[in-house]
Design a protein around this ligand. Structure first.
Ligand code: PLP
Length: 393
């Protein structure tokens, strides 16, 4: 037998293990160091009470013969698909419940969607980038081209005439950079994709952090997107479901390639390889969109965004070039003093006892940059910013 040798082409990801090793080594020789971690991409606030209540109620139903549920519908229960469609309507976006496919999260969907596309398709991926986009395509043996993010384009790469793309990844608000595309910028991508027949895989995992009403929170706010885009979203960041697991893909009815509706292909793929998200979790996800749930969730988002504001304004006051921190929980800064990403990591760890994530870990174009996140504790974040600024003086 032969293995899928594409797996041998995957680059080992040393980013988070190297960070952990460096912290451990530093702590071993500085046992009383008070280290603050601003590198985490995971949420820290607990599930909202409305979500917990809904899941408890659903668990009780599962213990009673009359209300017990076995296998559910693969694309998700109607109650959740309807609630998601209403959430889109509240953003001014018209999406029908039938176009929504519930899953165990955006990471799985973003990888699994590739099953419906030919391995010969050319892929365009921004750099720096959320690493899963690259690795899932390497696994399938696809040719990858890079859309370069840099200071000049505000880490928002735009279409270029030399690209040859069948599949295009866009993540906005972006992880790791925190950059957010405007309507006009997304319109350029949509027009480009429609012109060349490419499909945009739009990762909207951080849309709930956008508070500026002039910025898009869905690719489907853009005219023409329904014929060229699939959107991926998640309850992970809006509602702290990183460990609970629930997300969804939106595949418009009109989206067709090679004479086939992509929604039908995706449904076929999911029905064959996926047996749905637990009823209890879907009831919890539904509760996110109730008035009470939304109120509680907005308080959590505001907590994180206050951290983002503290980091953003601190860096601004010190004249450190950065993007993000506004409409996004990520802050992407240029390493001071011309340091490389890892040099700045070491310096911050040793001199400020603050941990962030070296930008070089997100792609070649991340070298010289550094990611901070707003998912930490409020007081600790303030203290971390105070230390970062003190180190710059
Ligand atoms: N997309 C981006 C850009 C992310 O940063 C993450 C998680 O950090 C995900 C997707 C994964 O989301 P989920 O927890 O729904 O799998």
């Amino acid at each position: 037998m032969k293995i899928n040798s594409n797996y041998l082409r995957l680059k080992d990801s040393y980013l988070f293990s190297t960070i952990a090793k460096k912290i451990k080594a530093y702590q071993a020789s500085h046992t009383d160091a008070d280290i603050i971690r601003l590198g985490i991409g995971d949420v820290t606030l607990p599930l909202a009470p409305a979500v917990v209540e809904a899941m408890k109620k659903a668990a009780d139903e599962m213990g009673v013969k009359e209300t017990f549920r076995g296998y559910g519908p693969e694309p998700g229960y109607e109650f959740l698909r309807d609630a998601i469609a209403k959430y889109y309507a509240s953003k001014g976006v018209n999406v029908s419940a039938g176009e929504i496919y519930v899953s165990d999260g955006a990471k799985s969907d973003l990888g699994n969607i590739l099953d419906i596309f030919d391995a010969d398709n050319k892929v365009l991926i921004p750099d720096p980038v959320y690493p899963a986009y690259v690795d899932t395509n390497v696994m399938a043996g696809r040719t990858i081209d890079t859309a370069r993010g840099c200071e000049a384009n505000g880490f928002k790469p735009m279409p270029e005439s030399h690209y040859e793309a069948d599949i295009i990844y866009i993540c906005s608000p972006n992880n790791p950079t925190g950059a957010v595309y405007t309507h006009a910028e997304l319109k350029e991508w949509v027009d480009y994709a429609n012109k060349c027949g490419a499909v945009i895989l739009f990762d909207a995992a951080y849309e709930s952090f956008v508070s500026d009403p002039t910025l898009p929170r869905s690719i489907f706010e853009i005219d023409g997107a329904r014929t060229c885009a699939i959107e991926f979203n998640s309850f992970s960041k809006i509602a702290g479901f990183t460990g609970t697991r629930c997300g969804y893909a939106v595949v418009p009815e009109e989206l067709e390639r090679g004479g086939a509706k992509l929604g039908a292909l995706w449904n076929r793929r999911q029905c064959t390889k996926f047996n749905g998200v637990p009823y209890i979790v879907q009831r919890g996800a539904e509760a996110v969109f109730t008035d009470e749930g939304m109120k509680q969730i907005k308080a959590n988002l505001a907590y994180y965004m206050e951290n983002a504001r503290v980091i953003h304004e601190g860096l601004e006051s010190a004249g450190v070039w950065h993007v993000g921190g506004v409409n996004s929980p990520y802050i992407w800064l240029k390493c001071p003093l011309g340091l490389s990403s890892w040099e700045y990591f070491d310096r911050l760890l040793e001199r400020a006892n603050v941990v962030g994530t070296p930008g070089a870990g997100f792609g070649d174009n991340g070298e010289g940059y550094f990611r901070l996140t707003a998912f930490g504790d409020k007081e600790r974040t303030k203290e971390a910013v105070r230390r970062i600024l003190a180190d710059l003086k």
